[in-house]
Structure formats: structure tokens, C-alpha cells
Ligand binder design. Structure first.
Ligand SMILES: [Mn+2]
Length: 426
């Protein structure tokens, strides 16, 4: 389903005045503090986040999954859904493909469709955490880290195939996330597992095109695990450095032990020029894959504060690849994704309101109270008018979720695709 320009314009018309008032009011305050409001709005308008091809249907727990009507059952329909989110928000101009769940059948047609929706292909994701039908070897005891060379070779070949698929679509990066690890003490030799993983990643890296990047994702644990091979940012960084200059660490917000200071990890990686990718979600206890900003919005702001600082100061760090990596178990997936996009822009906008010079001076003077005031003043600013303005000037709608409901999108999708369609994924 797609909306036409007239529908969008009609929706916005009655709401434009309110946005203009909000921008005027906030803009005045910001200009007095020395901020360039239009520059901030432009940065918000330019910020694009990839939607993963597995996030458009209902997710589930280990115990069950309750599907949503009108789920996209083909890659074409997934691209159409992202196209709609992008049309409404103007922030979702990229798709991140999961292989083998979403291998295109007709590359030209898929590229044309994505192009029509103004969507580019972001990082491609390999899958060595489950066995595929007719696979010769099993990943039951790991993939790139496996004790058996034939299994490692199969996993390396799969990653190489994923790169080839990505090349045909115009992707420029591959994300490697491993479910490798051990379930019980003694099961793995830690050193052998890490060494095998390093050697395997180096093999994949050899086939990486010159203008590509490899992102290495880390995660401390899975349910039923005793250890994971790439358990933290330090291990990921070590592996990335051993591969070479095109390999980077990827931070997934949910892949940390409770209370980890993620903003400090971001700062360290950016200082070293080694932060490549970023996966957004939120969590309360573990890797909950909840809507971005739904549990710890202040932590998200602090993380963005480091990202903004890094983007301005660490020119050795490449442009980041942003993606939402969340699961939608009880909410409409498209609404949930739009809530996440909104939360991302809010945290980004707030971080742009931190006066870095003032903060640096207060830090220099050890004025702890002032440092905190600077951060909290930025965090407590209602930046929503700036985001609405950014959407409006890019051709999106002022309030995406409200518009989505007014246009009855889900009902249209159910009519078109039926109540039992199921999106590929876990
Ligand atoms: Mn992730």
C-alpha cells in the first residue's frame, strides 16, 4: 500500500500551523542560546535508519508467536512496507537483508522496486545460527568457531555468498553475528574457539570488496548459554583489528549485561575509529528487543551524546550504519517501528542541543553540577516540533502513527494479503 502526495498534503494541512508555532517558540529559545535551528532540522531530516527485513512481521518468544494480519510474505511486500514507513516518516530509507530468509529471486526487479520507494540496501546479514535444509554440515556446535574444519568452511562459504548477494544489490557492508558459544563449562576450549573464529573471519575478510565494511556484532549471552565466543566489545574490537581496516565493531543496544555503560563503549570505539554499525532497541532485563526508548530514554540520550560528539570529532571513524533491531510481539510491527524511529530522532535532536563547548569548559573547571545541568537541560527539551518540521519539509507526515491509523493501513494490508500471511524469520 502506498499513499499519494495529495493524501499526505491533506493530512498535513490542518496541522501545519501547530508545527510552525512549536518551531517558532522552540527556535527562538534555541537561537538565543546560539544554536542554528535550521541546521538541526536538516540533520534530523538527513538521518536515515535501516529497517531489517525480518522486523516487519510479528516476533515471538521461545514459547510462542501470535501473528499479525496482513504480514508481508515476500521480499517485495517487505520492501513495500518499508516504503510506506519511509513515506510517512522520511527516516526509513534503507533495508537490511537477512540471508537466506530474503534472497531476491529477480535482482533487477527488487532493485527497481526499492528504488521506486527511495530505499537503498544497507548491510547484509549472514545466518549461521540455524541449519538450512540440505546443508551438509550442522551448526549445532557452532559455525565459525567450530572444532571441525568442514563446518567452519561451510560457514565461511555462506558469508562469502552473502557478500556476493549484497554486491548485486548495492550493499556496502556485511554484519556477522554469531550464536557460537558453549552451554556448559568445559564444553569449549575458549582459546581454540576464539582462534578458530578469528581465522574464519579473516578468510571472509579476504573476499570483502575494497569499498565494503565488515561489522562484527557481540553479545554476552543467550538463554541456555554458559559462554559466547564474541562476548563483548573488546573481543569484537580485537577481532576487527586482526582482520584489518575494513572491519569494525557493531554495537547492539540489547547485547549488554544489565547496567553496562554503553555510552562509554561508544566513546572508546569511536576514538579508535572502529565503530561501524549500530543496532537500536531497548531492554529491561536482557536482549528484550523492545521499542527504542521505551525503557531507558535517558540512557539512549547519553549514548547519542557520545555518538554526536564522535561524529563531530572522530573523523577517523566512518559514517555509521544505523539499523533498528527490535521485535514486535504484541504491537503492530509498522507502528512499533515508527515509534522506534521517533525515539531515535528525539534522542538525536536532544544530543544536538548539548553545547559541547560549554560542557568542555565545565569539565575543565570540574564544575560537576554544571556538567549535569548542561546534559539534563538538553534532555528535558521537548524537541518534537523540530522532528515534525523535519518530516514536513522532507515530504512526510507530521504524526506518522496518527496518519497510519487515519488511513487505515493495517486493514488495507489485511484485505490485500489476508489474515494468515506470515513474514519469514524465526
Ligand atoms: Mn543486532
Amino acid at each position: 500500500m502506498q499513499l499519494n502526495k495529495e493524501q499526505i498534503a491533506n493530512y498535513n494541512t490542518s496541522r501545519e500551523e501547530e508545527v510552525a508555532d512549536g518551531v517558532d517558540f522552540l527556535g527562538n529559545q534555541l537561537e538565543k542560546k546560539g544554536f542554528n535551528t535550521q541546521e538541526i532540522i536538516q540533520k534530523l531530516a538527513d538521518f536515515q535508519v535501516a529497517i531489517p527485513s525480518w522486523a516487519l512481521g510479528a516476533g515471538g518468544t521461545r514459547f510462542g508467536r501470535f501473528s499479525f494480519g496482513g504480514e508481508p510474505s515476500s521480499l517485495e511486500q517487505k520492501i513495500e512496507d518499508i516504503g510506506l514507513i519511509h513515506q510517512l516518516t522520511q527516516t526509513a530509507g534503507a533495508i537490511s537483508l537477512h540471508i537466506p530468509w530474503d534472497i531476491p529471486k529477480d535482482y533487477m526487479a527488487i532493485k527497481e522496486l526499492a528504488n521506486y520507494h527511495h530505499i537503498v540496501f544497507d548491510a547484509v546479514n549472514s545466518n549461521t545460527f540455524q541449519d538450512q535444509p540440505n546443508a551438509k554440515e550442522t551448526y549445532k556446535y557452532g559455525s565459525l568457531s567450530n572444532t571441525c574444519k568442514a563446518v567452519r568452511d561451510q560457514a565461511i562459504a555462506h558469508n562469502n555468498q552473502v557478500i556476493k548477494i549484497g554486491e548485486k544489490l548495492g550493499s556496502k557492508s556485511i554484519t556477522v553475528w554469531l550464536a557460537d558459544g558453549s552451554n556448559f563449562p568445559g564444553q569449549n576450549n575458549f582459546q581454540t574457539a576464539l582462534q578458530n573464529t578469528q581465522n574464519s573471519l579473516k578468510e571472509i575478510y579476504k573476499t570483502l570488496p575494497n569499498d565494503w565494511k565488515m561489522f562484527i556484532e557481540y553479545k554476552p549471552y543467550e538463554p541456555n548459554f554458559y559462554s559466547t565466543v564474541i562476548r563483548d566489545w573488546g573481543t569484537s574490537l580485537l577481532l576487527a583489528e586482526s582482520c584489518g581496516s575494513k572491519a569494525f565493531t557493531l554495537v547492539d543496544l540489547g547485547h549488554h549485561l544489565p547496567n553496562t555503560n554503553i555510552e562509554q563503549i561508544v566513546a572508546t570505539l569511536m576514538m579508535k575509529g572502529k565503530l561501524g554499525g549500530f543496532h537500536f532497541n531497548d531492554s529491561k532485563y536482557g536482549d528484550d528487543d523492545l521499542t527504542v526508548g521505551s525503557i531507558k530514554p535517558y540512557a539512549l540520550f547519553l549514548i547519542f551524546n557520545e555518538l554526536v560528539y564522535g561524529m563531530e570529532n572522530n573523523k577517523n571513524n566512518p559514517d555509521l550504519s544505523w539499523m533498528i533491531d527490535a521485535s514486535h510481539n504484541v504491537k503492530d510491527p509498522l507502528e512499533d517501528l515508527m515509534q522506534s524511529l521517533d525515539a531515535i530522532l528525539i534522542a538525536y535532536a536532544q544530543a544536538l542541543l548539548v553545547n559541547q563547548t560549554e560542557l568542555r569548559n565545565a569539565q575543565q573547571e570540574n564544575d560537576v553540577t554544571k556538567c549535569q545541568e548542561i546534559l539534563q537541560n538538553a534532555y528535558r527539551t521537548d524537541v518534537r516540533p523540530l522532528i515534525q518540521k523535519a518530516r514536513l519539509q522532507s515530504g512526510g507526515v507530521i504524526n506518522p502513527i496518527d496518519a497510519y491509523r487515519k488511513f487505515n493501513v493495517r486493514n488495507h494490508l489485511i484485505k490485500e494479503r489476508g489474515t494468515n500471511s506470515i513474514a519469514t524469520g524465526l
